[in-house]
Design a protein around this ligand. Sequence first.
Ligand SMILES: Cc1cc2nc3c(=O)[nH]c(=O)nc-3n(C[C@H](O)[C@H](O)[C@H](O)COP(=O)(O)OP(=O)(O)OC[C@H]3O[C@@H](n4cnc5c(N)ncnc54)[C@H](O)[C@@H]3O)c2cc1C
Length: 564
Amino acid sequence: MNIYAPRTTEMHFVLSRVLNAPTQLQSLPAFAEVDAELMQQVLEEAGKFVGEVIAPLNRDGDEIGAQWKDGAVTMPPGFKAAYQAFWQAGWPALASSPEDGGQGLPAVLEVMLYEMLSAANHGWTMAPGILHGAYECVKHHGSEELKALYLHKLATGEWLSTMCLTEPHAGSDLGLARTKAVPMPDGRYAVSGTKIFISSGDHDLTDNIVHLVLARLPDAPPGPKGLSLFLVPKFYPDGSRSRVHCDRIEEKMGLHGSPTCVMRFDEAVSHIVGEPGKGLNAMFIMMNAARLHVALQGIGLLDAAWQKADAYAQERRQMRAPGRGKSSAEADLIAEHPAMRRILDTQRAWIDAGRVLAYRTAIELDHIKYSPNAGSQADAQRWCALVTPVMKSIFTHQAFHGGSDCLQVFGGHGYVREWGVEQIVRDARVAMIYEGTNEIQAIDLLVRKVLPDGGTGLNALLDSLPTDTPAAQQRQQRLRAVTQDIAKATLRDAALPYRVADDYLRAVGLVLMDWAWLRIQASLTDEMTDCTTRWRAPAAALQHWILPEFDMRCAIMDAQCQAA
Ligand SMILES: Cc1cc2nc3c(=O)[nH]c(=O)nc-3n(C[C@H](O)[C@H](O)[C@H](O)COP(=O)(O)OP(=O)(O)OC[C@H]3O[C@@H](n4cnc5c(N)ncnc54)[C@H](O)[C@@H]3O)c2cc1C
């Protein structure tokens, strides 16, 4: 069984050559001192830590899994020691502010770290996966008292956090949440209710766990506007235990290294975070950060599956591939068979474009935070709002479906456990569901973000993506036209945008993939000796096997608009 190995040179190529990130980030006063060399050093060290400490725990995480007994969760062997090493080395604090105990480095380095972590060990990575979002949430919405108590611990990762939204009857529709918060005379609140599917609701990785919980005040209106956000720790600062209980963990298809907990809040004494009735608003920072992280899970898991499949295909021999001479020593390798080559090159095209888009999104996040220029802040806001749901959806979809294609490269050897690729397929499936299902992402893009301004924001995003080829220009034109057609057809059939939202999201995603690959190709130089096999083959796969989906999606949307 081969273990995932971070390929930091390729990641750094995307960061520095394709996106020119060091120069771009240095233009922000906050990162004036962060040069290409420093970024490369951090990346190399992160790759070493992930490869040596986190990746080897993946199999035990799956086979032994997290265990629940008498209300407490024990994590799989090695997980706790690895987490302690992780936070003590400062990894969770990479992008946190120095005044809170962080390192103040660009968000893109954190994003690259989490891509590697997810690829190496999705289950383990779930625990710190939402930590930075929780830190940002408390930093922006917490009272001074809360910040004094919790911010440093969250910034450094000494304590981990949860996001408690889902209830048995309230999944995609959080407005149905019933967990209640009753004001106490001292200004705190007693929170009661049951939350389900809570990742890392209990564990033994850290001494304390900080729960961020959506709940409803007694006089709150029904629906999402009646939700407020509360913070309740497992242990209060005086060491006493809160009335938060982990009643069980779920048996599930994959992701066994991450405990998915049923959490009972039994008049748990809590602090409000932000204003009453603005809970979803306060949670928004955390949810958006989590969506980007889930997109990275997709990219990382697909890379892990591809690495395994590629290595296997370079060893396994079956029949001579068509078009290869008898004398060629490689003619019978699985990797030489056109059907298998197609699978491998196609996944590579998704992974490489995924990196360009995810790293660019992280750079835009820093522009939102640190740019002194209001115009570039607004452009960055637009990029993140429109591109984040697209990435969450297309890369989680590809991790599962492309991961399954990678399993196919092994034949029967992929279906049995030996090579570990079946674990990736099982683990990856959930990423299409949590953090807002992929259907909800599509509705978020088309119905909440594109149609309300008549497509103006989307058109501005497209204007910002230079198109170097006539085919790319035509696709962009077609996307603009189909946006207008949907807007008009929606006046006749209000359900239409909900029916075609997924087609629309895929079409936007394919235009973004095309842009990402145009940027990669423009960055290749003749000295890159492995250009042909490493970069040109996936570039061709994009044209042959991926982009044709764009016309199919548009044809579906055209037919729906005409029928409306
Ligand atoms: C392993 C795991 C970890 C999780 N971790 C957390 C966590 O840490 N914190 C937390 O709060 N939650 C967590 N969740 C919950 C997760 O976010 C929810 O499962 C998800 O939001 C979907 O809710 P649901 O399962 O109730 O499905 P439902 O909302 O009942 O949806 C069922 C189906 O209907 C579709 N659907 C629903 N509404 C619409 C609509 N308006 N338009 C179109 N289609 C729709 C959905 O896309 C889905 O396909 C986790 C779940 C899992 C499985």
